[in-house]
Write a protein that binds this ligand. Structure first.
Ligand SMILES: Cc1cc2nc3c(=O)[nH]c(=O)nc-3n(C[C@H](O)[C@H](O)[C@H](O)COP(=O)(O)O)c2cc1C
Length: 171
């Protein structure tokens, strides 16, 4: 069995997908990973739109240049009404909660042989309109998912990481 660091190192942003559809069972596993994610005060503000139809996947291109023609796009939203607000700034922490759920999903997708890319290059207002979301549901990012194309490769950024000493300070 793969250990966590092996999985984290293997995962890369996949931007080219095969036409093979993603099985419903795998979609459910990815959603289960989102369900298991920890959230502030267990508020569970994540709300996920699963975009599968060709029509809606094409429409999502109006909101983002980064759909990569993936067979499934998870649009990762948060309920900004229900999420926990920290008492110091009054800010909703829904974006953090949704980020953790997205991370879980990205790693689960990789673990079951699927590729994905976290996409923030998305007009949230356009996505909101296209998906017919209620006011209090805000789309933060997307996760296009599918089987990697035969010639899909990690970009050079995948192996470009700062040294631990460059982003830490011990006190
Ligand atoms: C918060 C976030 C936003 C990102 N947005 C985009 C995006 O809009 N388009 C894209 O092609 N990649 C996007 N990426 C992927 C990053 O470019 C990628 O993770 C980084 O270059 C490292 O490469 P790797 O994921 O292959 O290891 C995003 C990643 C994160 C974590």
């Amino acid at each position: 069995m793969k250990d966590f660091l092996e999985l984290a190192a293997e995962r890369y942003s996949c931007r080219k997908f095969s036409n093979k559809p993603v099985e419903e069972e795998k979609i459910q596993k990815i959603l289960h990973a989102a369900r298991l994610a920890p959230t502030a005060k267990n508020g569970q503000p994540q709300y996920i739109v699963i975009v599968k139809s060709e029509e809606m996947r094409n429409r999502m291109k109006e909101a983002s240049p980064c759909t990569f023609d993936a067979p499934v796009i998870f649009v990762m939203c948060g309920d900004v009404k229900d999420g926990w607000h920290d008492p110091y700034t009054g800010r909703s922490r829904a974006e953090m909660d949704v980020s953790i759920a997205t991370t879980h999903m990205m790693l689960e997708a990789s673990d079951i042989g699927l590729g994905s890319t976290w996409v923030c290059m998305m007009n949230p207002y356009k996505a909101h309109e296209i998906l017919g979301l209620p006011e209090h549901i805000f789309p933060y990012c997307m996760l296009p998912v599918g089987y990697p194309a035969d010639d899909a490769r990690p970009s050079e950024r995948h192996t470009s990481r700062r040294e631990i000493s460059e982003f830490t300070k011990e006190v």
